[in-house]
Design a protein around this ligand. Structure first.
Ligand code: NAD
Length: 273
């Protein structure tokens, strides 16, 4: 099956589950993963210039035979390319590597101080020119979003942030909700480190005949969050999409919410440039 979609603030529809491809090697590894995902029913792929696998993603898309209009492809401008002109150039490079003539969602990868507003203005230009179907940001705290929205005109469609049961990000989620910005979870499975052994998750998983990974991803969906688990293993890729045949109760949702420790596995956007 394909994943359900949400409607972004400009009317564009985005699948609630996508495949993340960070650390998937360009060439056979990423191609196998993307093809397995598309065959399983995924329609959304999350890559970035810095992942250095846009070429493989593009090849897999073409070889899959899935019509372009069914796909939702996200890529991101890397920090060293930020600034107005250099972002426009970086976009052309990404598009060429992907072998596409537009991307669905183009994101500012991190809020590089002194640059992210000019970078976002370049995204606004690409959006106005019809080169991208939606624009957004990644790793933006509330103060970055406030600053951005005070100086630009297109409200980001998406803020892609680290989010998992140990970092549930409730404040920024409610800010984004108020402003019509969809929240997308990166490292939803904590990069595979440490969450699957959690007893609460294991008990819930057992009750539903699901895996702890599926429970975490289902918690994302029921929280209204877009999620992009990464795997290069076809059976796990399939498993991570197979989350639409069960429902967590309000009590189970609350039990998972209670696992929050405000603990990051990645960098804090305030200390990363
Ligand atoms: P993740 O949380 O998705 O974890 C991936 C790891 O979990 C895999 O490598 C594997 O070891 C394990 N795994 C996956 N499915 C499993 C399953 N069903 N059962 C058991 N183990 C399983 O980690 P991630 O790759 O960091 O995050 C997902 C995606 O988010 C990335 O690939 C990338 O696209 C995006 N991302 C974005 C940023 C950003 O700054 N915007 C940063 C990190 C990641």
């Amino acid at each position: 099956m394909t994943a359900p979609v949400i409607t972004l603030n400009n009317g564009l529809q985005m699948p609630v589950v996508g495949l993340g491809v960070w650390k998937a090697k360009d060439g056979e590894e990423v191609k196998t993963a993307v093809k397995a995902a598309l065959a399983a029913g995924y329609r959304s792929i999350d890559t970035a210039a810095v992942y250095q696998n846009e070429s493989g993603v593009g090849e897999a898309i073409r070889e899959s035979g899935v019509p372009r209009e069914e796909l939702f492809i996200t890529t991101k401008v890397w920090n060293s390319d930020q600034g107005y002109e250099s972002t426009l150039q970086a976009f052309e490079t990404s598009l060429e590597k992907l072998g596409l003539d537009y991307v669905d969602l183009y994101l500012v990868h991190w809020p590089v101080k002194g640059k992210y507003i000019d970078t976002y203005r370049a995204l606004e230009k690409l959006y106005a020119d019809g080169r991208v179907r939606a624009i957004g940001v990644s790793n933006f705290h509330i103060h970055h979003l406030e600053d951005l929205m005070a100086h630009t005109s297109v409200v980001p469609a998406v803020n892609q942030i680290e989010l998992h049961p140990r970092l549930s990000q409730t404040e920024i989620r409610s800010f984004c909700q108020q402003h019509g910005i969809a929240v997308e979870a990166w490292s939803p499975l904590m990069q595979g480190g440490g969450i699957f052994e959690n007893e609460t998750l294991r008990a819930i998983a057992e009750k539903h005949g699901k895996t702890p990974a599926q429970v975490v991803l289902r918690w994302d969906i029921q929280s209204g969050i877009v999620t992009i688990p990464k795997s290069v293993t076809p059976s796990r890729i399939q498993e991570n999409l197979n989350i639409f045949d069960f429902e967590l109760s309000a009590e189970e949702m609350a039990q998972i919410d209670a696992l929050n420790e405000n603990r990051r596995v990645g960098a804090d956007p305030d200390n990363f440039n």
